[in-house]
Ligand binder design. Structure first.
Ligand code: ADP
Ligand code: MG
Length: 699
């Protein structure tokens, strides 16, 4: 790639503002812009005009098909391609695409999860264009980002509630800003998601049924070397990986994705990509695309990109950091401390809104990142614990303490803190001592939510975060709008929030056992360790009330989501358990038997040649391996029984509890014996590539 070309290729496959401005008439452009910026309704004439230009642009750029691109609750994206062709009277075809086709699509929705929302006889759902996220071309197909709903209007996707939550926050944040004398067009949240992933050699991947069926290794003895030397983090990137990253950047740039930072991560074969942040719904679409393109590009380079949260036991798994902030249409970041007393007070109020939101809705944030895969990370000393808390850093904490206790702040300069009157002392935005063990950290002008799993859609946590912050802001606006002495009321409000939500603030080590003790016993924070523990809280009254009052979800949608999320958890673990059974019976037991056979043969031949040989190695190995095969058989039968039992439950909550309490422990148990057998068996006889090979072979 020629470096000078980058600005040219950037966004070349996107129907972005530049293209719209140059192709659409001024009138059409203005109407569309109003829809994008202010949610104004789009009339059909405008849609028709946009469709024609979109089609022509797409065809000029090599597209033959179009698709409504959406994000059903499977967690991945979906698309159904239609070609542009339409028969013409002369027997040929013309390339056709109408405003109607742009605005609305009708995919058969019956095979997407709906959690009982849509009976199969009412299979149709519809997709509706989201003009706030640009259309783009991928694989000769014009992709139109859309929301996906049932015919009764219930959301069947992740985008619809995300857009609703952004709107809820916009409404409440503007109420607050008005009180500070600011009339803004909109407030939007922005996100920069840092994405972790593993790369493994494709040939080895193909030899592991567990990687093929589940995306993670279900067995594997630890290699002599793991990540203990810390030599991989930010290490020199290997040539094959460099070539992959260059190619990946190029593909992402074409799609207008601001891929910015790429580096090696802590575990061997682990890497990270961070884009420059953008509006939340665009960031969500882009992150889905990034995950898809990563996997495609890796294959081109003879590798497989693993997005699973825990592909290998014993080394770090992969997460995603959701860097989140709120800004106005003029780009003013509401989480940036300002220069005047009023701006400082405004900053503190928005800061308080986040602190209160995280405290009041810890469970929603926790469950928004709960999946079978992520359960392996949270609380496992490589990722923040399942307990949600907020890190503010020492200086900002001291400032809040001064406000709470009504005493002067003793920073570099002694200042009193009458909010709205006194100037907030400057505190450093030094991010070097950031606390990596905190799940929710303030990092200067944004919050970083670090509990996400690498394969999670970022929509889920942002729906909860936006809604919860909207709720705090609503409570503040209700109170402040009635106040006669605004500054006085504001001061009291901020003080009260800081006092009432002390328990969620924690600057210490989130990985320590003492923290679990203190958080749960002293502070009363929730510690929802698994998906089965966390997910049912979606239907807690306080959570339902909040989400419904801001019109983010309807009651039926919430019930259906719980059903789908738990179903996904159960199915995932079920597939893992079945894959273990499959591998043990088809691969491992026969392989160990082969090895035993050769040991036994060797022993009897050796003994027949000389009566002096003891065959200690052969015999002791044989004895232990034979013992292990008996254990393995017992354990695999246990697991088979546990999996069979699942079929008897008709309640998804009961099933998920059985998965947690019965199936997962049995899987662990089985693995232990197989991994021991791996260490005793020759490499040659072992039927799948070892951890050592998987983790260290890409160069
Ligand atoms: P880290 O030091 O945690 O690895 P970086 O400093 O590289 O992270 O940035 C992390 C992400 O935060 C990037 O995607 C960046 O664009 C994003 N980011 C920066 N400022 C903001 C902001 N105001 N709002 C949201 N995201 C932001
Ligand atoms: Mg980070």
């Amino acid at each position: 790639m020629n470096q000078q070309n980058i600005p040219e290729i950037f966004g070349s496959m996107v129907f972005d503002d530049r293209v719209m401005r140059s192709r659409l008439s001024a009138k059409v452009y203005d109407c569309l812009k109003k829809t994008i910026d202010e949610n104004a309704k789009l009339d059909e004439e405008v849609a028709q005009a946009v469709a024609i230009q979109m089609r022509d642009w797409a065809i000029e750029n090599g597209a033959t098909h179009f698709t409504h691109w959406f994000q059903p609750l499977t967690g991945v994206t979906a698309e159904k391609h239609d070609s542009f062709i339409s028969p013409s009277p002369d027997g040929g075809v013309i390339m056709d695409f109408s405003g109607k086709e742009l605005i609305k699509g009708e995919p058969d929705a019956s095979s997407f999860p709906s959690g009982g929302l849509r009976a199969t006889f009412e299979a149709r759902g519809y997709t509706a264009w989201d003009p706030t996220s640009y259309a783009f071309i991928k694989d000769h197909t014009l992709c139109i980002p859309t929301a996906f709903c049932s015919y009764s209007g219930d959301a069947l996707d992740k985008k619809t509630p995300l857009l609703r939550s952004m709107q809820a926050l916009d409404i409440q944040a503007r109420r607050i800003l008005k009180l500070f004398g600011k009339d803004v067009k909109y407030v939007r949240t922005s996100v920069g998601p840092e994405q972790e992933y593993f790369l493994v050699d494709e040939k080895m991947f193909q030899e592991r049924p567990d990687l093929i069926f589940t995306g993670r290794t279900l067995f594997g003895a630890m290699p002599p070397k793991g990540q203990e030397l810390d030599d991989h983090y930010f290490g020199v990137i290997k040539p094959r990986v460099t070539a992959f990253m260059e190619d990946l950047d190029k593909e992402l740039w074409k799609l207008g994705i601001l891929a910015k930072t790429e580096h090696n991560e802590v575990a061997p074969a682990q890497h990270e990509l961070a884009p420059i942040y953008s509006t939340t719904n665009v960031a969500t679409d882009n992150n889905q695309l990034t995950m898809e393109i990563m996997q495609k590009v890796a294959r081109k380079h003879g590798m497989v990109c693993l997005l699973h949260e825990k592909p290998f036991a014993g080394v770090n798994g992969s997460g995603k950091h959701n860097n989140w902030s709120m800004a106005t249409d003029t780009g003013s970041n509401l989480l940036s401390p300002g220069d005047t007393p009023q701006d400082n007070a405004q900053f503190l109020l928005f800061l308080c809104a986040v602190i209160q939101a995280v405290d009041d809705y810890q469970d929603l944030l926790r469950l928004s990142v709960a999946t079978a895969g992520n359960d392996h990370r949270l609380g496992a000393n490589e990722a923040p614990p399942a307990i949600i808390s907020v890190f503010l850093g020492d200086e900002l904490s001291d400032i809040l303490d001064a406000i709470k206790d009504d005493v002067p702040y003793k920073g570099t300069k002694k200042v009193t803190m009458k909010l709205g009157v006194d100037t907030l002392p400057r505190f450093s935005r030094d991010t070097t001592d950031r606390n990596r063990t905190s799940p929710f950290a303030f990092t200067g002008n944004k919050f970083e939510f670090r509990s996400l799993g690498s394969s999670n859609s970022i929509a889920c946590c942002n729906i909860m975060l936006n809604s919860a912050v909207a709720e705090s802001l609503k409570q503040y606006a209700d109170r402040l709008e009635k106040a006669e002495d605004f500054d006085g009321e504001l001061h009291d409000l901020i003080r009260e929030v800081i006092q009432d939500h002390q328990r969620i603030l924690f600057n210490g080590n989130g990985y320590g056992d003492e923290w679990v003790e203190e958080a749960t016993k002293v502070r009363g924070l929730s510690n929802l360790k698994t998906t089965a523990d966390a997910m049912p809280h979606l239907l807690d009254k306080k959570n339902m009330d909040m989400l419904m009052s801001h019109k983010v979800f309807t009651e039926t949608e919430l019930h259906s989501r719980l059903e789908i999320m738990l179903e996904n958890y159960c199915k995932t673990v079920n597939i893992e358990g079945s894959t273990m059974v499959y591998m043990v019976r088809k691969n491992y037991l026969p392989a160990i038997e082969n090895y035993l056979y050769s040991l036994a043969n060797t022993t009897s031949i050796m003994k027949s040649v000389s009566n002096k040989v003891k065959c200690n190695y052969e015999i002791s190995t044989m004895e232990r391996l034979s013992e292990l095969t008996d254990y393995i058989l017992d354990r695999v039968q246990d697991l088979e029984e546990a999996l069979e039992k699942l079929k008897g439950y008709d309640d998804i909550i009961k099933t998920s509890e059985a998965i947690r309490d019965d199936v997962l422990p049995k899987m662990e148990h089985l693995r232990k014996h197989v991994d021991e057998a791996e260490m005793l068996t020759s490499e040659e006889c072992w039927p799948v590539p070892s951890y050592g090979k998987l983790l260290f072979s890409v160069y």
